[in-house]
Design a protein around this ligand. Structure first.
Ligand SMILES: Nc1ncnc2c1ncn2[C@@H]1O[C@H](COP(=O)(O)OP(=O)(O)OP(=O)(O)O)[C@@H](O)[C@H]1O
Length: 432
């Protein structure tokens, strides 16, 4: 009996799926034609004409190739992107999930359960992409960007060197490479995923570069978010207030100046040429708090030092991540903004804030309440879903890297010599 139901169910599922695909193909093409018509994308003599259609099974998209009327160009169609996208997503579809048949309960409600499976409808979530290559290429992806991306070990294994898993777009996995883009600004309204992303960065780097990573964590939200990393051997400092922040930044600055002199004396152009493998990451969570330091001269000094790390640091092995929920012009040290090559921007309050971070509007229009959704800006802007890393997963990864460190009230870096004054520590340069 069970076998019959499952077999019948599977057959219905297969038929349903192929019915869905066939109709889906036709209706998407019909819709594209109709939307183009309604948007005035035709001339007196001609309308767009389908030349070829092909389904890419692996990447799950249908490619429609259209001949477009003379006098129209790709941009005319791209301008109507929103209309095409909404038009292709304006309904729900019957979707039979085969795995639901496996979960059937053998009781008197069985027919009802099968009916529910067959009548199941889900909103469509397609993404489109347009390109011109003598013809207009219209790619309709079966699935748009996911709303939910768990962080996995596979993602981590996929990252090499100084890469970390940044997230996914609707069509690919995206990594951020700190060797190529050494400064990263992270912005977003509260509770949209900044801290989770920073924990992703720290955990990924600890796992992939355990012997080369050095971390200075400046957590001006009280130090709780980063507390689980406190005893990791890669963590040099966790600074939680203005005093500790200044001490840590002064120490880094002193070290940077010495390192620069050393490079000069050796004739090395950068850390690559020096052959040094260590990278020192300075991660600031809630950079806007610096402006709120009690003494203005302390705030100015801290912003200046961060600016110096951004200006001088990249070539000699320093990396900076500056995160804030209040991206106004005065929050960003000028040098940080000027030297930033990448930004990850979650939803922001308004277009002005978006302009500060991305130099363009858009972050204010990201979906309300959708955590982890962001614009990743490098040489282009990409809409991404960032991975959600769970604390249990983090603890498993960092466990082998935890060492017992002496508890100290001060945030003086672990490798500072006892006789150095606060804000000063000695770096021994090792040639390899
Ligand atoms: N990528 C993600 N995917 C799904 N949910 C997420 C993601 N990132 C964060 N969240 C959820 O949102 C909550 C808030 O995230 P997070 O603490 O990173 O926010 P935040 O931007 O740092 O906020 P605040 O500025 O107030 O510290 C998390 O506890 C988690 O439940």
């Amino acid at each position: 009996m069970l076998f019959e139901i499952v077999t019948t169910g599977s057959m219905l599922g297969v038929l349903g799926a192929s019915y869905y695909k066939k109709n889906n193909l036709n209706s998407d093409h019909d819709k594209i034609i109709k939307i183009a018509d309604n948007c005035g994308l035709y001339t007196k003599e001609e309308k767009i004409r389908l030349y070829r259609r092909r389904y890419n099974k692996e990447k799950k998209f249908t490619e429609y190739v259209y001949k477009i009327p003379l006098g129209l160009e790709l941009e005319d169609f791209q301008d109507k992107y929103g209309k095409f996208k909404d038009g292709l997503n304006n309904r729900s579809v019957r979707k039979i999930n085969l795995k639901d048949f496996k979960e059937l309960k053998l009781d008197k409600t069985i027919l009802k359960q099968i009916q529910n499976i067959i009548n199941n409808r889900e909103p469509v979530n397609k993404e489109i992409e347009m390109e011109y290559d003598g013809m207009l290429i219209f790619r309709v992806f079966d699935e748009g960007l996911t709303k939910d991306l768990p962080y996995t070990k596979e993602m981590l294994d996929n990252c090499k060197g100084w890469e970390i898993p940044l997230g996914v777009t609707y069509k690919e996995f995206v990594k951020h490479n700190f060797e190529k883009m050494q400064i990263l600004v992270v912005a977003g309204q509260t509770r949209y995923g900044k801290t989770v992303f920073l924990k992703n960065v720290i955990t990924s780097l600890i796992n992939n570069q355990p012997d080369n990573l050095k971390l200075t964590l400046i957590d001006l939200k009280g130090g709780l978010a980063f507390s689980r990393y406190l005893n990791c051997k890669q963590v040099n400092t966790v600074a939680k207030n203005s005093k500790e922040t200044l001490e840590a930044l002064e120490a880094i600055h002193t070290e940077m100046v010495k390192r620069q002199e050393h490079f000069l004396s050796k004739g090395w152009e950068d850390i690559g040429e020096a052959g040094w493998t260590e990278r020192h990451f300075v991660i600031v969570d809630e950079g806007a708090e610096i402006n709120g330091f009690e003494k203005k001269d302390q705030a100015d000094r801290a912003l200046y030092l961060l600016g110096e790390i951004a200006r001088m640091g990249a070539g000699i092995g320093y990396r900076l991540i500056f995160a804030t929920q209040y991206p106004t012009a005065d929050v960003f040290p000028r040098q940080v903004k000027a030297n930033t090559s990448a930004a990850l921007c979650f939803r922001l309050k308004n277009a002005t804030q978006s302009m500060v971070v991305l130099d363009t509007k858009g972050a204010e229009s990201l979906p309300v309440g959708l955590k982890g959704r962001a614009i990743y800006q490098t040489d282009c802007d990409r809409l991404v879903q960032t991975p959600l890393i769970k604390n249990g997963f983090i603890d498993g990864i960092i466990k082998p890297h935890i060492v017992m460190k002496p508890r100290s009230e001060s945030s003086e870096p672990q490798n500072s010599k006892e006789d150095t004054k606060a804000g000063e520590y000695t770096t021994e340069f090792k040639e390899i």
